[in-house]
Design a protein around this ligand. Structure first.
Ligand SMILES: [Zn+2]
Length: 300
């Protein structure tokens, strides 16, 4: 499924609905937060907006929104009236953003080609082509020594959760796939449900991030499975390498697309006997120009 992430420029909301009717459309949180801040000018409100966007449960989402009310009573109605949470809040967003909440990637690319954009069109394409060649080359060198199945960033996050959280939970098996997890941090007791077959957790992080949450990891370790096997293939080293496997070639380096005419058949040649045995007889009369030409051809 294709997910669109945009800055909500005029016409984009209707345009995406029209051209990509089945694609979830996420709003860039940085743009939304800037608009929200311009309206209410309170840094705490902006922080609550970001937390509400990243919240993985309805309970925490509602909690962050309700904390806006004492700061400015109009903040929540303005937010919900101007930006449908379906397009920015994790708990309602129907697509996958893999941790991307902003359109920064597109803007970084724009900034990256800023110099090229000032050039005449052919020079611009050549500059961007060379930039992309370097980009691909650099990324082919990344992750070369990464062990395991997943890219380094995700495998480090999984290992961090295993070290810091996953071994601290208590759990009970409901059946071979479903488990109840209890988390107690000394103050608050929380309960979660993990389905190892469906790769879900009631904390919703596994579904949102595409790799197991700490609760899921507790069960994966208990079952002695490899935690890396439970992340989406999007994060696999092989998927990363395949992204950059194709080369970017010079536009004139490809084979001609129009086939060249077939070469004319070679003229029939008369094969003459070797000269050696005829030396004595023809030595005085070896003036045949055709004969000499053939001898030269053989040396070529
Ligand atoms: Zn969880």
């Amino acid at each position: 499924m294709l997910t669109i992430l945009s800055d909500r420029q005029k016409g984009l909301i209707e345009g995406v609905d029209h051209v990509f009717p089945t694609s979830p459309h996420g709003y860039c949180m940085r743009h939304l937060a800037v608009n929200f801040h311009k309206k209410f000018k309170h840094p705490e409100l902006t922080k609550l907006l970001w937390k509400a966007a990243k919240a993985t449960t309805l309970e925490s989402y509602n909690d962050y929104l309700s904390k806006m009310d004492p700061i400015h009573i109009d903040a929540r109605p303005w937010l919900l009236g101007n930006a449908n949470p379906l397009h920015w809040a994790n708990i309602y967003f129907p697509g996958k953003r893999y941790g991307h909440y902003t359109s920064n990637i597109a803007e970084s690319f724009n900034a990256w080609i800023l110099e090229a954009r000032e050039q005449p069109i052919l020079a611009m394409f050549e500059t961007i082509r060379h930039q992309l060649m370097n980009w691909y080359d650099e990324r082919r060198q990344l992750e070369i020594t990464t062990p395991g199945i997943l890219i380094k960033d995700v495998s480090n996050k999984i290992q961090g959760m295993i070290n810091n959280y996953a071994r601290r939970y208590t759990f009970h098996a409901i059946d071979q796939d479903n488990y109840e997890i209890t988390s107690f941090n000394g103050e608050v007791l929380r309960e979660y449900r993990v389905n190892i077959a469906l790769r879900t957790c009631s904390c919703n992080r596994w579904q949102t991030d595409g790799f197991p949450c700490a609760h899921g990891l507790a069960i994966i370790l208990k079952l002695k499975h490899n935690p890396q096997m439970f992340a989406e293939t999007f994060y696999h080293l092989n998927a990363f390498r395949m992204t950059y496997i194709n080369t970017i070639n010079h536009p004139h380096s490809t084979e001609p697309t129009i086939p060249l005419p077939a070469p004319a058949p070679a003229p029939a040649r008369t094969i003459l006997p070797p000269l050696t045995n005829l030396t004595a007889e023809i030595s005085d009369s070896d003036e045949d120009p055709e004969h000499n030409d053939n001898a030269e051809d053989d040396e070529c």
